[in-house]
Design a protein around this ligand. Structure first.
Ligand code: ATP
Length: 315
């Protein structure tokens, strides 16, 4: 995404004389940013997301700078006459991929989301959770520059929820804008660049509460570059804090959902950075020292992740 997406004086109502659901909305989404939209039931969150996704037009006002956009709707029409792969390949082609590239991307996303076993199943026969995986896969297929997620985590299992959080981190790291609504306040807590609440037809910018930054799970990555190397911009952008701990050594504190993307980014640097340690900090009120490698309950899997990313980056 190169330019901002801008909403200026946007209003939406349904029917000629229906009440205004949204009015006077001014909003700018910049490349590489994550935006959360909140609000009580029926306030107009989905209406706003449909406008952002470009599948609905404003009744008044204008929207400019639309990039390549993908959308996971709140309700996905699951009973379509396709298999999961057939549907995704078709949509990939609509998004401009060749059929071969679309089929490859479809298989890759179904695999990542844990739905590879259902690739050849007719969509009408899929469980709610599996069809939600197809809904998510169709939006991620063609690496969109704007990704709009309306309750996209609902119905996914734990592993697929984490995978979608990782996909969000990958998209923003690649310079895309991502906007999401989710009923769970812990979803990507502390990560969004901006949070807006829809109330009374308007959009109110909310200042992120400091507590949500502290409560979201974070991972601390210690890494070494050459002594005079600055922390890479992409790694710094993913992190909530970046500290120089010694010449050439930097400590990145990153939301857990972003840790894989951070590691990949460090190892992908030329020359690559060396990852010294990966651990999760203990809560502030813990009586033990403030950080411990043992405290990271998946320290081993994290080491494995570093090793596999290192071999991937050498290929
Ligand atoms: N297609 C439509 N036709 C008529 N009215 C609609 C339509 N879509 C939404 N509305 C109305 O617009 C208002 C906002 O609905 P919207 O679904 O955008 O809210 P929401 O905040 O996403 O709600 P929820 O949290 O329940 O999903 C509601 O009063 C709803 O009834």
């Amino acid at each position: 995404m190169r330019d901002d997406l801008r909403l200026e004086g946007v209003g939406r109502r349904y029917g000629l004389h229906g009440p205004w659901v949204l009015r006077g909305i001014d909003l700018t989404l910049a490349p590489g940013t994550l935006t959360r939209v909140e609000g009580a039931n029926g306030t107009g969150k989905s209406t706003l997301l449909r406008l952002l996704a470009g599948i609905d037009a404003p009744t008044e006002g204008r929207i400019t700078g639309r990039p390549r956009t993908a959308y996971v709707p709140e309700r996905f029409p699951a009973a379509l006459p396709f298999t999961a792969t057939g549907y995704l390949t078709h949509l990939g082609a609509v998004h401009g991929l060749s059929r071969t590239a679309a089929a490859r991307a479809a298989d890759a996303w179904l695999e990542r989301l844990g739905a590879a076993a259902y690739a050849r199943t007719p969509m009408a026969e899929l469980s709610k959770g599996s069809s939600q995986k197809v809904a998510v896969a169709q939006a991620l297929l063609a690496d969109p520059d704007l990704l709009v997620l309306d309750e996209a985590w609902t119905g996914l299992d734990t592993a697929a929820r984490a995978e979608l959080e990782r996909a969000v981190a990958e998209r923003t790291a690649a310079g895309a804008a991502v906007v999401f609504v989710d009923h769970d306040p812990r979803r990507l807590a502390g990560v969004p660049d901006a949070t807006y609440a829809v109330t009374g037809g308007s959009l109110n910018h909310r200042t992120e509460q400091v507590t949500s930054v502290a409560t979201g799970p974070h991972v601390v990555v210690e890494a070494e570059g050459s002594p005079d190397a600055e922390p890479p911009a992409q790694a710094a952008g993913l992190s909530t804090s970046v500290e120089r701990t010694a010449p050439g050594t930097t400590r990145f504190t990153v939301p857990e959902s972003h840790s894989d993307v951070l590691l990949r980014s460090l190892l992908g640097e030329r020359p690559p950075w060396h990852v010294v340690s990966v651990h999760r900090p203990l809560p502030k009120d813990s009586s033990e020292s403030s950080e411990s490698s043992e405290s990271f309950d998946s320290a081993e899997s994290s080491d494995n992740a570093v090793r596999s990313l290192e071999s991937e980056s050498r290929r």
